[in-house]
Design a protein around this ligand. Sequence first.
Ligand SMILES: *Cc1c(COP(=O)(O)O)cnc(C)c1O
Length: 363
Amino acid sequence: MRRPASIEEGQDVTNKTQQFASDNYAGICPEAWAAMAEANRDSAPAYGEDSWTERASNAFRALFGTDCEVFFAFNGTAANSLALAALCQSYHSVICAASAHVETDECGAPEFFSNGSKLLVAASEDGKLTPEAIRSLATSRSDIHFPKSRVVTITQPTETGRVYTVEEIRAIAAVCRDLGLKLHMDGARFAHACATLGCEPADITWRAGVDVLCFGGTKNGMAVGEAILFFDPALAQDFDYRCKQAGQLASKMRFLAAPWVGMLESGAWLRNAVHANAIATLLADRIGDLPGVDIVFPVEANALFLRAPDPLLQGLRDRGWRFYSFIGGAARFMFAWDADPAIVEALAADIIDLALVETMTAA
Ligand SMILES: *Cc1c(COP(=O)(O)O)cnc(C)c1O
């Protein structure tokens, strides 16, 4: 696979150790790496006053076709939490799906950074919110004793790899407008959703009614970094202070910004996601019809969730495959920009092999 030469040196080029437990196992893609190296040639002003930061911000504006306000944070937890905090007062609430990363995987950071805004969770099979669920939660209470609904956050794609369609996002935005709620999108894998839908980034964000987007770079091939895009500049007021107070103002900002220049200007952000999605589909094609094995959620992005008998999953572990089973209640395989088709074929062969053993034992 494409790898920066300096990373490849001294490594097993067959990359046999590649695993798919998380898309964060992947390294840095060549385009991001090259831009980092380029930014490292010279010194530059600190705290975002440099030309790389300006160039990255402009690349986002060009990609989204709008004059949005752009900020950079180190990770997704910070990006989500600070964005939500910017949209809320402490007495407000944020509506999300029960499986949303902000609820299950951010250690209370959204509540912490908003000084206590409550997350109101909606039950959801696939991690998607619906207009009905939002309306029902937002209108369940309107008395002074309950936090006032203020924001809706949706994850695109969801934690279980489902992709909201343009129409679904528009319908959610319409309910938000109707109820006076702001709409935030957790786009830790935003590129993967764009790759699936084949749409312009604008079509599933500001044009559909999204106010703030957290655009993930880490899971798309960068070492670190998420961008926060405010499509309504008024909402971004003082956000720079909020980032600084939260420890999210990089002093050498150019190293957070430069990889974005590499990703956006070269188109790698989309190519990487197209590849990752295709690999998830490849595995789904290989194992889709196996007896005793279910692909739990439709494969719409770069994740595949496998439900299988315990001995089969144990067999996979014994053969050295790593995966999580605490997300989505099934074994999760997650593919990144560098997922090697040959290694995925080997994984598929092991799943097929173990499934046959299972059926024979059962018979
Ligand atoms: C990975 C991820 C994030 C960001 O997580 P960090 O570890 O804080 O970078 C946010 N939302 C979702 C849905 C994610 O999968």
